[in-house]
Structures are given as structure tokens and as C-alpha cells.
Design a binder for this molecule. Structure first.
Ligand code: AGP
Length: 608
């Protein structure tokens, strides 16, 4: 997640900006930069990599100035290079901006501005804001920002500084947090309380659609339509340690609770309601490939492989295209057959997993079109694939993947929808799926609201030595994912199986000491899953069932029921996995495990 800090006041700005950026390092980023205004001149320094490099670059330089901006960037559009780092300027270098969020219509705006003679330096969506404000500036920066934002679609936390009006900062917020910190003869703007904790505890939280003009001594809040807004000054208490994980004890829990937003971001600007379809910018050059593809091979490891398994159900059901899912580590050593018309889809959160990268290279060498579904922009898999789709989940710091998984499955739904609408999916069915995707983040929130009950369940199961996770159909990979989550952070042995497979061996394991977690939501195999639950019940297994809200049947057999809201069968995996993420998290913390850095594990396995 990018970090924003702006300062105007009586101190030298650079130490304030660097301190603020350091306080936001925990959010994860891949480049950083600052802009300083002194005697009407703007001076910018940017680096790819960490703030330490930025500090080193500034050391020894004479850079006075009491007004400036700082930014840490988590790349979404454009690789994590120095050039793509924020701040960004207009053509004249007299207007500078820093931005969090995604400008959905930046392609259109960039084309229009280029036609008007603007020259762009970077591949980012954010830079378009600097040029649009320049285009509209006629001596009043506040007005130019207001006009520019009325043309923008997407999300922004934006701060603007110009040498033309050196006594003010302009802030604006829509969908990405911005906070104003109030001092004596100085004021601050930041995306995160942590960036200003050392200077003030008196803050104003901007709301969506609001702007602020911030001078040394005054803050004026308005809405985009110029209506003045009377904002409450709040006195906030916090200790920096707590803020660094946004009040969460672990990054993993924070990332589990970020999923309404990360799923929203995975879909942002990609749903076409009127056509019941999806728009995936990274695949614009592959329309013909997608229309003629004969077979998909999906490659991944671990959680990404589980997402791929769900992708198989989605693409085969919605589009009728054959899909094969392979462990990347097996595929690369297996002399794979790649026929014409094959698209290889590599799923990887980090985009650096060596097995997935090597497998993709192998497929490419054998003539396949290779596409990537990654989270880290500019990662090796993203760069070496022919094209692909970023999942926009934001930095995932916890080793156990949670929000990346649900964002991967969300993007796979968009891809399957797109493929389906090119083939056999009706407009009506497509629009149904789009409507349910829009409702998904709120339903995820509803599941998260039940976390306390899952924590209580974890207390009952914390000493169990083995678990089984069972389901059928599109939710079978969710059983695999639930077992993996528990294994990798609590060190308890757990296995995921197709529920029907139990009779071929695993049922021998069932006794009163074996918790069996069923994903038993509504669907065409629901009755079959109930039979499997009865088989476990008959052998005194300890049954935990994830069910659809209002299900009164399964609670007759299960010892513990976790209800999730009804949704489209294709979206159930995204809701059903969340209780399993929470169950694993609470059991692991009760066992005193290092949840964010489990033993023996790395966030990205970049070596064989
Ligand atoms: C998932 O919780 C694990 N951390 C691990 O299985 C991970 O999914 C796997 O290593 C693949 O990583 P990638 O998505 O970055 O390629």
C-alpha cells in the first residue's frame, strides 16, 4: 500500500518527510521519493527500492525548504523504477503530485493530454493527474485540482504542491485514506496516522469526495462541488507499534480483514454491468488468443495452485474450455505436451517463485502463449509473460497468503466471465454474475463480522493433532487451501480431500479426536456432502461445517456450524475460505506460533 506525507510549516521539511515515510515502511513498498519547495523552486529526489537509499541520496545535499511531499509506492501500473516513483510533475516541473489509488480512465486522459502536447515521463496512471491539473491551471491551484478530479474515474488520495502558489498544499480524497494533522504554525497531510504521530495527535479525517487547502496556519475543507465542510478535529491516542499493524497484532490478521477492499480493488474498473462482462486491460492484445484458445494449462505452487484449481472449474463451467492445472514444479520436469492453441496461465502472488517462473519459461519455449496473474507489479513472472492481469491486492506481508488468494480467485472469475461471454454465457447470466461480484465485498465483511465465533471454536480445537478438510466441486480446492493455512502457521497436520474420496482410505482416520471441516454450502453436490457428513458422524468424527446462512439441515449433524451469506456458486470459494483463514490464524496464535513468519517458510520461494 502506498504511503503519503505532506508538510508545510516552520521546520526543515526533509527530516519530517523522511521520518513520516519510515513510519509507513511496514505497509510494504518498492520505491520512494520526495519533493521540496524552496524559493519557488521544486526539487525532487526519487529512488527505486527502500527509504534508506533515498536518505543516502539526500545526505550531504543542501536542501532547505519548509514545504514538501513524500511518497512510498507499491506499484500498480508501471514497474517499480525510480522514474515511476512518486512524486510526479507536469511538463513545466512547477506542479508536483503524490497519489494513492488507481485512476481507471488514465488511458483516455493520457491520450487526450498527449494530443494537446503534454509529454509523459512514466508508465504510471498517477502522472496523468499532474498533466491534467497543468492543463486546467489558470492561476488557482485549488480550482484546477477541483476541475481535474471532476474528470477522473477511480480512487485517489492526492496531494498537490505548486511553485506558483508556495504557501499551500491541496489534498483530495476518494476511496484512499487521507488525514490532516494539525500543529502550531505547521500542518501535515498523510495516508496513515503513523506518519504524523511524532508531531501531532490532533487530526481531521478527510472523507470521500472532500478536499482540503492546507497552509501553515489554516485548513479549509470543502467538497468537490466547493461546498464548505465543517470537519471535526479529533484527538487520537495511539502507540506507534500498534499503528504499524493498523491495530492488528499480526499482518496476517490485517490482511484477512483487508479482503473487502482488496477484492474491491481486484475488480476496480473491470466490471461492465451493461454487457455482463469483464474488461481486463492487460489482455487487450490477446482478444484473438482468448477467442480461439483450445486449452488452458494453469501453473502455480501452494495457495496459487489452489486458486488455479478453482480457475479450472470456473473456466470449464462458464466457457467450456478444457483446463489442466499443474504443480509448476512437476510441469517443468515432465516433458509437457503443448499443442497449438494452448494458453499457459501462471498464477503467482510474488511473481518470483522459481518453480512457477521456470515452468512458464519451459511452456514459452515450447510455443505456448504465456499469461501471468500476479500481485507484485514488475515482478519477473509479470515481466517475462506475454501479458497478464494484476490482482491489485496490495502488499501481502504475512507469509501465509490470504488476501492474494481471494484476489486471485476474483480475477479468475473475471477471466472466466470474459471467456464465457465470448462463447456461451448469456447476457443475463453474465449480468447476474457481475451484480453478485459487486455485492461480494460486503458479503466478505459479513463473514469477517463472525470472527469472534471462529476464535471461540479455535479454543476448542487448539490441541487437536490432525485435521481433515473435505468438500466437493469448486469448493474442493478451498478444502485444500484451508488445510494448507492450518499446516503452515500452526504446524498441525491437516489434509484436504474431495469428500467422496474419503471412502478410499482417509475414513480410516476418523475418530472422536479427528476434527473434520466440511465446506457444505448450497450447490449441486450439497446432498452428496450431507451423506459424507453422515459417514463421518457415524464414526464419531468431530464435524465443523461451513454452511449457507439459514441452513437448518446440516446443523443436525455438525458439532459446529459457521454460516456464510448465500452467493453465486462460482463465488462461494471466496466467502468459504475466510472462516478457514481465521480458524488457522486463531489456532496458530493460541499455540504461540509466529504467524507472520512461520518456521521454515519464506514469503516467496525464489530458490529451488
Ligand atoms: C501460501 O500461504 C504459501 N505462502 C505458499 O504456498 C505460496 O502460495 C506459494 O509459495 C506460491 O507463492 P506465489 O504465489 O508467490 O508464487
Amino acid at each position: 500500500m502506498c504511503g503519503i506525507i505532506g508538510y508545510i510549516g516552520h521546520r526543515e521539511a526533509i527530516p519530517v518527510l523522511l521520518n513520516g515515510l519510515k513510519r509507513m515502511e511496514y505497509r510494504g513498498y518498492d520505491s520512494a521519493g520526495i519533493a521540496l519547495l524552496h524559493n519557488g523552486r521544486l526539487n525532487m529526489t526519487k529512488v527505486a527500492g527502500k527509504i534508506a537509499r533515498l536518505t543516502a541520496q539526500l545526505d550531504g545535499q543542501e536542501l532547505p525548504g519548509q514545504i514538501g511531499l513524500g511518497h512510498t509506492r507499491w506499484a500498480t501500473h508501471g514497474e517499480p523504477t525510480r522514474l515511476n516513483a512518486h512524486p510526479h510533475t507536469d511538463c513545466s516541473g512547477n506542479i508536483v503530485i503524490i497519489h494513492n489509488g488507481i485512476i481507471e480512465n488514465y488511458h483516455t486522459l493520457k491520450t487526450e493530454l498527449t494530443a494537446k502536447g503534454h509529454t509523459f515521463q512514466t508508465d504510471t496512471d498517477s502522472e496523468v493527474l499532474a498533466h491534467l491539473i497543468e492543463e486546467l491551471y489558470e492561476g488557482d491551484i485549488e480550482h484546477a485540482v477541483r476541475l481535474a478530479l471532476s474528470q477522473v474515474k477511480g480512487a485517489y488520495g492526492l496531494v498537490v504542491l505548486t511553485g506558483y502558489e508556495p504557501d499551500r498544499l491541496i489534498a483530495a480524497r476518494l476511496g484512499s485514506p487521507l488525514i490532516i494533522g494539525l500543529g502550531e504554525g505547521e500542518n501535515f497531510i498523510a495516508s496513515d496516522l503513523a506518519a504524523m504521530v511524532d508531531y501531532t495527535h490532533n487530526v481531521i479525517f478527510l472523507d470521500d469526495g472532500e478536499m482540503a487547502v492546507v497552509t501553515r496556519d489554516k485548513v479549509t475543507n470543502t467538497r468537490l462541488n466547493r461546498q464548505v465542510v465543517d470537519k471535526k478535529v479529533e484527538h487520537v491516542f495511539f502507540n506507534i507499534e500498534e499503528i504499524e499493524k493498523d491495530k492488528y497484532p499480526h499482518f496476517m490478521l490485517k490482511e484477512i480483514f483487508e479482503q473487502p477492499d482488496s477484492i474491491r480493488n481486484a475488480m476496480r474498473g473491470r466490471l461492465i454491468e451493461a454487457e455482463g462482462d469483464a474488461r481486463l486491460g492487460g489482455l487487450l492484445n490477446f482478444q484473438d488468443h482468448l477467442e480461439t484458445v483450445k486449452r488452458f494449462i494453469i501453473l502455480g505452487c501452494g495457495t496459487s495452485w489452489h486458486a488455479g484449481m478453482i480457475g479450472e472449474y470456473l473456466i470449464e463451467e462458464l466457457a467450456g474450455i478444457p483446463v489442466e492445472v499443474e504443480y509448476a514444479s512437476e510441469f517443468r520436469y515432465r516433458n509437457p505436451i503443448i499443442e497449438p492453441g494452448t494458453i499457459v496461465l501462471t498464477i503467482s502472488q510474488s511473481g518470483e517463485t522459481i518453480d512457477s517462473l521456470a515452468a512458464m519459461r519451459e511452456a514459452k519455449e515450447r510455443g505456448a502463449t504465456v499469461l501471468g496473474i500476479c500481485n507484485v507489479v514488475g515482478s519477473t513472472i509479470a515481466r517475462e509473460s506475454d501479458g497478464g492481469v494484476y490482482i491489485h491486492a496490495g502488499p501481502e506481508i504475512g507469509v501465509a497468503s490470504t488476501k492474494a488468494f481471494t484476489a486471485q480467485v476474483t480475477v479468475l472469475n473475471l477471466l472466466a466471465l470474459k471467456l464465457g461471454r465470448q462463447r456461451r454465457l448469456t447476457l443475463e447470466r453474465g449480468q447476474q454474475l457481475v451484480a453478485e461480484l459487486h455485492r461480494l465485498p460486503d458479503k466478505v465483511r459479513a463473514v469477517l463480522d463472525r470472527a469472534e465465533g471462529i476464535r471461540e471454536l479455535a479454543e476448542k480445537l487448539v490441541d487437536k493433532p490432525n485435521f481433515l478438510y473435505l468438500s466437493r466441486g469448486i469448493n474442493f480446492p478451498v478444502a485444500l487451501e484451508g488445510a494448507l493455512k492450518l499446516k503452515e502457521i500452526s504446524y498441525i497436520h491437516a489434509e484436504g480431500y474431495p469428500a467422496a474420496e474419503m471412502k478410499h482410505g482417509p475414513i480410516a482416520l476418523i475418530d472422536e479426536n479427528m476434527p473434520v471441516v466440511f465446506i457444505a454450502v448450497n450447490g449441486h453436490t450439497y446432498e452428496k456432502v450431507i451423506s459424507n457428513i453422515e459417514e463421518v458422524r457415524a464414526r464419531k468424527g468431530n464435524i465443523i461445517a461451513v454452511v449457507t446462512e439459514g441452513d437448518e439441515v446440516i446443523r443436525r449433524y455438525a458439532h459446529y456450524v459457521i454460516e456464510i451469506p448465500p452467493t453465486d456458486p462460482f463465488l462461494f470459494p471466496i466467502l468459504a475460505v475466510i472462516p478457514l483463514q481465521l480458524l488457522a490464524y486463531y489456532i496458530a496464535t493460541l499455540r504461540g506460533c509466529d504467524v507472520d513468519q512461520p518456521r521454515n517458510l519464506a514469503k516467496s520461494v525464489t530458490v529451488e
